[in-house]
Design a protein around this ligand. Structure first.
Ligand code: SF4
Length: 285
């Protein structure tokens, strides 16, 4: 077995989806599928949700410790791995420390309700034991859009959960989806998302491209004319409105799919004007 084949052998699927800022982090697959599984735009969560048994984790850790013995950071892979209880996470960290003693930092994907289910003391303890960052798809700050897309959370819950992370010292990287409200609710989506983000302290806001996946409820809504999908230029205008309303600090704002071919990236608030100039330029092309 080659090194690549050995590495691949520990994952269920050929493609591993790591967040942009964890591309070089070693990944330990701890769970499969999404515990929620209902967002109408999502084509991502196809597997039935389950958390892997310790035997499978040990097997993967043996491979990882062989291939990346000096790594100090580990990503717990799984659509919302933070669904696990604090106890479950601690016991996996314990396994990791036996096989990869240099690992000091952990990151994983989370839903907002995964955070709210944990007590504040547990969040503090998780941080003390190395949980450094959560990557979370918050998608929108508008309750009506969140409800229509069946995200299963409200913007107030998102703010509450993220403020708990602030207090516990756990960093968070957020994904939003411009265009998720459709043409009709574009303005509401931009303004309400900015309002929500301004109450928290994300390290990063990443604009994820909305794609209509065949077979999803949102695809059907678009076919039936209930959801009015926006053009890339309309989405960029919405993103401009969002940016104009954002007052977050020490936060990297980025979109790698602007007009389907450009990337914009800048620190907020310092590079806000530069970002807006770039958007205006792209819209003038
Ligand atoms: S929470 Fe995330 S992975 Fe789960 S269904 Fe919604 S978008 Fe998909």
């Amino acid at each position: 077995m080659t090194r690549e084949e050995l590495y691949q052998s520990i994952y269920t699927h050929d493609t591993i989806y790591l967040p942009p800022h964890e591309q070089t982090t070693a990944a330990l697959e701890v769970s499969l599928g999404c515990s929620w599984h209902r967002c109408t735009f999502c084509d991502f969560a196809r597997d039935a949700f389950h958390i892997h048994e310790p035997e499978k984790l040990e097997q993967s850790l043996r491979v990882l410790s062989q291939l990346r013995p000096d790594d100090t950071r580990l990503f717990f892979l799984g659509e919302n791995a933070f669904f696990m209880t604090a106890e479950q996470i601690f016991s996996i960290m314990e396994l990791v420390s036996r096989h990869m003693p240099n690992v000091r930092e952990y990151a994983m994907y989370s839903r907002i309700d995964d955070i709210l289910r944990k007590r504040e003391e547990e969040l503090f303890l998780l941080n003390a034991r190395g949980l450094q960052a959560l990557h979370i798809g918050v998608e929108s700050g508008s309750d009506s859009i969140l409800e229509a897309r069946q995200k299963g959370i409200t913007s107030a819950q998102t703010v509450e959960a993220l403020q708990r992370l602030d207090r516990a010292g756990i960093q968070y990287y957020l994904t939003i989806i411009p265009g998720l409200g459709g043409r009709r609710f574009s303005r509401l989506h931009a303004v309400e998302t900015a309002r929500m983000l301004n109450q928290v302290h994300p390290r990063n806001i990443w604009c994820l491209k909305l794609k209509l996946w065949e077979g999803t409820p949102l695809y059907k809504e678009a076919e039936d004319g209930v959801f009015d999908m926006m053009t890339p230029a309309e989405i960029l205008r919405e993103e401009r409105l969002l940016l104009q309303n954002l007052t977050v600090s020490d936060c990297l704002f980025e979109d790698t799919t602007v007009l389907d071919k450009f990337t914009i990236q800048g620190m907020l608030p310092g590079q806000k004007e530069e970002l807006l100039r770039a958007i205006n330029y792209l819209l003038s092309l």
